[in-house]
Ligand binder design. Structure first.
Ligand code: CDP
Length: 225
């Protein structure tokens, strides 16, 4: 790998499809991928397992410092209890600070020496990497996002009422949008992608139409070694 890795920032609302899209974009370009939400979810899990309080800074920071990355695929972090707790820990500045270095290091040196990295979350294009050459903001109508999340939870054998999932997503989005630090918002230079009426393949095609020219230009601008 030569030059600075090319970063694709994918932000958006809860269960908007940004994670799946980010993964597929990374596969398409041969870039590394990091779901930054899993860092907040792992932090929340660490706090809950230590019987701490996710709204208390001391407990949450301790959680952020003791996250176990090997559990990123653990279905336990997908539960709504962990989801709600992750939104609480994510509003604490010291937690964001503790996770900032990890995210920056990932973007600077993507695993496997890839030419670039795709990172999805809430503040990737605004705070973590404001100079990313390609940025997407992914959204969809709340009822559709709730349905997708409900199905995803079902596939993990987590049975929830659809109405509860919708309420939980709306509450979390409201909290993420209104917090003082790194709130959920679209970067001024991010392309808006509404996935309401798109299946995964159509969403990927729409994302690629925005991102490909920007990634290609950024790759071309990188010094060759
Ligand atoms: O999968 P889903 O879209 O529901 O959420 P997630 O991406 O796993 O993120 C869980 C929570 O972590 C969010 O509700 C945010 O409060 C927080 N988060 C954040 O603050 N900043 C990020 N870059 C990513 C997630």
């Amino acid at each position: 790998m030569t030059g600075r890795p090319v970063v694709v920032a994918v932000d958006g609302t809860a269960a908007s499809g940004k994670g799946t899209l980010a993964k597929r974009l990374a596969q398409t370009f041969g870039f590394a991928h990091l779901d930054s939400g899993s860092l907040y979810r792992l932090t929340a899990l660490a706090v809950l397992e230590a019987k701490g309080d996710p709204t208390r800074a001391v407990d949450a920071v301790k959680g952020a410092r003791t996250i176990d990355l090997s559990r990123a695929g653990d279905p336990a972090i997908r539960s709504d209890i962990v989801g709600r707790a992750s939104s609480h820990v994510a509003a604490i500045p010291e937690v964001r600070q503790a996770l900032f270095a990890f995210q920056r290091a990932f973007l600077k040196h993507p695993p496997g020496g890839s030419d670039g990295a795709v990172m999805d979350g809430r503040d990737i294009g605004t705070v973590i990497c404001p100079d990313a050459p390609a940025k997407l903001f992914v959204d969809a109508r709340p009822e559709l996002r709730a349905r997708r999340r409900w199905l995803e939870l079902k596939s993990l054998s987590i049975d929830r009422e659809l109405a509860d999932v919708l309420e939980e997503l709306n509450a979390r989005d409201a909290a993420d949008r209104s917090r003082a630090v790194s709130p959920l918002k679209r970067a001024p230079d991010a392309d808006l992608l509404d996935t309401s009426d798109l299946d995964i393949d159509a969403a990927l095609a729409a994302a690629l139409a925005f991102v490909t020219p920007k990634v290609e230009a950024a790759l071309k601008a990188k010094p060759r070694g």
